[in-house]
Design a protein around this ligand. Structure first.
Ligand code: CU
Length: 138
């Protein structure tokens, strides 16, 4: 009779794991909801007048042009380049400050970069260096 006992133990262990997983899941969601709710209310009230929510600004890559070619955004904003030209292009930063700006070569889809420090960021297309743009982050 040792086999059935082992099976019972295994089954109980499996049940315990299931119960723990389920308990963890149910414990987490009620705990997380009030926590985020309470932090969002005072945080939103105090930060709303100071700074806007980070936003995403789109630059269209079409017709051998970045448009708009010059863009002003705030620190924390994300710029998304949407590639819609028949030719393939890339977004490549110029200079040390813009080193992180380095998209793959794309002819469809999009590529995004979040600007976390103020400054002027110039970029070009690595395949067509006459295609240039600037992002001014303030
Ligand atoms: Cu290009």
């Amino acid at each position: 009779m040792p086999l059935p006992r082992r099976r019972v133990r295994t089954a109980l262990a499996a049940l315990a794991v299931l119960a723990c997983t389920t308990a963890c899941g149910t414990d987490d969601s009620p705990a997380a909801t009030p926590a985020s709710g309470t932090s969002a209310q005072p945080g939103g009230a105090t930060t709303a007048p100071q700074a806007a929510e980070p936003s995403t600004v789109t630059v269209r890559v079409d017709d051998m042009t970045f448009s708009p070619s010059e863009l002003r955004v705030s620190v924390g904003d994300t710029v998304t380049w949407e590639f819609a030209d028949s030719a393939a292009h890339s977004v490549q930063g110029i200079g040390d400050r813009a080193m992180g700006i380095n998209s793959p070569i794309l002819n469809e889809g999009s590529w995004s970069y979040t600007f976390i420090a103020p400054g002027n960021y110039r970029y070009l297309c690595s395949l067509h260096p006459e295609m240039r743009g600037t992002v001014v982050v303030a």
